[in-house]
Design a protein around this ligand. Structure first.
Ligand code: XMP
Length: 315
């Protein structure tokens, strides 16, 4: 029977032995996994851990600022890098989902690498990779299911060894480890969020303006889930900006604006998922709020597909 307490003790001891006085760099994403990995490493090696948190411009509304603050409160040694301009430039006009992931993955490594190089004596790169990330990235059928940009190792020239203390854990176990170490509940219960962020929730090409529209709609949905006490009942939720416009009416005016889809699922490990049966009253409120408050959106749909055969994300 697996216990979080013994996992923490064993892993901290193992990390101390493995890392000694080496300096370690860790990429923080804002998510539960990398945050727990950071706190675990901080426990083991303290000041020898430097965390790097890259803003690719496609995080949730105010996420970069808020999460950076959380990390500082946890006593982590963290460097925040706003690289959004670079990502937007490189993603300009790109519509293919795998291409988007590749560009984001490549840019991420580049930005991260530039920061990491400043820590000249670093020996290790730590990551919050968990077991399902590795399964989904495996080449089982001869075709990669999806290339998770946070899996796949490092460019040769970095000469860093990989340290993945959570690589055998499932999400619920990661959360128990975080709780065991006394991390604040809002960080622990945070929904999963894809590494490439809102980039994979904007179908079609990405522009800063589309990101703003999606951030505003997403914020209304997520804040609504919290206000209605539904946030912890779903595994993950978000809004997808669809590449279609539809006709609507506002006052006397005919509108021709974007449609968004709300996605909320229940799951235990993201390998399978069911669409969340959210209360109609809640959905009506969110729909009204989005259409009234988010300029450029005049239609809200709800995604009622399960995984499999659908995936959680739309691309
Ligand atoms: P799918 O869409 O494959 O997603 O059902 C399963 C889980 O993985 C997340 N996801 C990603 N996470 N990089 C990530 O770090 C990615 O490229 C990526 N794609 C999907 C997704 O949000 C869900 O939690």
């Amino acid at each position: 029977d697996w216990s979080a307490a013994s996992f923490v003790d064993t892993t901290v001891a193992e990390l101390k032995a493995q890392l000694g006085d080496d300096r370690v760099i860790l990429g923080l994403s804002g998510g539960v996994d990398s945050s727990v990995a950071a706190v675990l490493l901080n426990k083991a090696i303290g000041k020898n851990l430097t965390c790097i948190f890259v803003d690719h411009g496609m995080l949730r509304k105010n996420e970069f600022k808020n999460v950076l603050h959380d990390y500082e409160c946890l006593g982590l040694n963290v460097i925040g890098v706003d690289a959004s301009a670079k990502f937007f430039k490189d993603l300009e006009g790109v519509t293919d989902p795998e291409q988007k992931r590749k560009i984001i993955g490549r840019d991420f490594v580049e930005v991260f690498d530039a920061e990491a190089r400043k820590i000249t004596d670093a020996k290790w790169l730590a990551q919050g990779t968990i077991y399902p990330d590795r399964i989904e990235s495996l080449n089982i059928t001869g075709k990669t299911i999806k290339s998770h940009h946070n899996v796949g190792g490092l460019p040769e020239e970095m000469h860093l060894q990989l340290c993945e203390p959570l690589k055998w854990l499932f999400k619920d176990e990661v959360r128990r480890v975080g709780r065991q170490m006394g991390m604040p509940e809002h960080l622990i219960t945070r929904h999963p969020f894809p590494g490439p962020g809102l980039a994979v929730r904007i179908l079609g090409d990405i522009t800063p303006e589309k990101v703003r529209v999606l951030q505003d709609a997403d914020d209304i949905f997520i804040q609504g889930l919290r206000d209605w006490g539904l946030y912890d009942q779903v595994w993950q939720a978000g809004v997808i900006l669809l590449p279609v416009k539809s006709v609507g009416v506002m006052g006397d005016e005919r509108t021709y604006e974007r449609a968004v889809a709300l996605r909320a699922v229940t799951s235990t490990d993201a390998m399978t998922a069911d669409w969340a049966h959210l209360p109609y009253d809640f959905m009506a409120k969110v729909s009204n709020d989005i259409i009234n408050k988010v300029k450029g959106v005049n239609r809200v749909c709800y995604d009622i597909s399960s995984k499999p055969p659908s995936t959680i994300e739309w691309e």
